[in-house]
Design a protein around this ligand. Sequence first.
Ligand code: GDP
Ligand code: GDP
Length: 435
Amino acid sequence: MSNIIAIVGRPNVGKSTLFNRLTKSKSAIVEEMSGVTRDRIYGVSEWNGRAFSVIDTGGYVRGSDDIFESEIRKQVEIAIEEANAIIFVSDVTVGITDLDESVAAILRKAKKPVFVVANKVDNATRANDAFEFFNYGLGDVYNLSSINGSGTGELLDDLVKVFKDDVDEEESDVPRISIVGKPNVGKSSFINAITGEQRNIVTDISGTTRDSIDTDFKLFGFDFKLVDTAGIRKKNKVHEDIEYYSVIRSVRSIEYSDVCVLMIDATEGLQKQDLNIFYIIEKNKKGVVLLVNKWDLIEDKSPEYVKEYEDKLREDLAPFNNVPIIFTSTISKQRLHRALEKTMEVYANRMQKIPTSELNNFLQDVIERSPPPSVKGKFIKIKFVTQLPTHSPSFALFCNLPQYIRDDYKRFIENKLRQRFNFEGVPIRIFFRKK
Ligand code: GDP
Ligand code: GDP
């Protein structure tokens, strides 16, 4: 996936309402299960068969009244850098405010397509008031009601027209790896440490079609491409960035990767913004390895404490419990090689294709022992299983009544698959289809 839409505008115009409408999450229950709450700032959507990502840049200041113009300015600048197109939302019941105008001024200079939305046009009388927004000088105005959904179709029809063609994921034959995480967790130190030892950069390829820079590496016998993360490239800027923005800045790198190395600071543990990044990786069905860096700063290195620490992490990551966790230090060079090795393993796990016969032999047995519970006296018969030819592991189970399969049975099948095959660090998808 390679098209990113950012929603900008001052607070209370309805950005998050629009975001929720565009990204209607089916996995809301899963998202609530973890103990650490995350912001809903990233989602995926689809229109006319085109998939795209949506970022709500305003999430950070939601609910605060004393919003500084400089903060809005920053949001808009980040949106311009990171997105392919921008939705600029205004409130028709209020009209153009000074803050709206200053956002518009930045957007007029941007070299990205901008879609002006007059939000809260809940009825026809309000449509007349929306003409005011032509004064921004940013082109057409889309009348929308994020609350009732009217007008979103017209907006999306035009939005997908500016999308670039999706880059084929399988285009590269070596693993694409990105190092992601909040500022100051040690990402650059990690890269320096692993590349410094055995520097053997093959080529520098600047992305022409993909707005990302991959560098080819051959280290410790592994071939891989490091997807240049914005957080590392814009080193000077990132240190003044708030963690929230580093999450937004990691979206593109994650989308271009096969496996993401998510780094956190051992002294802080897994926090909200770390989990937000994890969530983007999961949403994109990418492989993941969690590095708990700065482990040298942890005094208690007893096996008991390590276990306690790891258990807590797994609790916070639930229900995604099959994630490799490695405790590293870029200072004492602890387990850096192991981290890279694990990353390659996860890549292989994600690439594996399980023969249909093996899959059926295994699952038929499992299903026979624990068939899906009958619903209203109807028995669900699963007849055949196959792995779909997708980039990340997906399985289709053909059955007579797919609509009666409950989520807990889906999870049961997933767990069984994980016990039998090695999908460590890899999100897998399971579909029940009618046959
Ligand atoms: P944000 O700060 O820009 O993200 O704004 P929110 O999405 O939090 O919305 C601010 C307020 O406007 C909330 O009370 C929403 O319910 C309301 N709102 C959002 N969209 C609409 C709309 O289309 N019509 C009406 N009448 N209210 C809306
Ligand atoms: P980035 O912003 O994620 O790229 O983080 P940096 O690599 O710039 O590191 C931020 C700070 O953490 C620097 O002062 C590093 O020296 C320090 N640091 C990085 N890794 C470690 C580590 O493993 N242990 C300790 N104690 N400090 C580290």
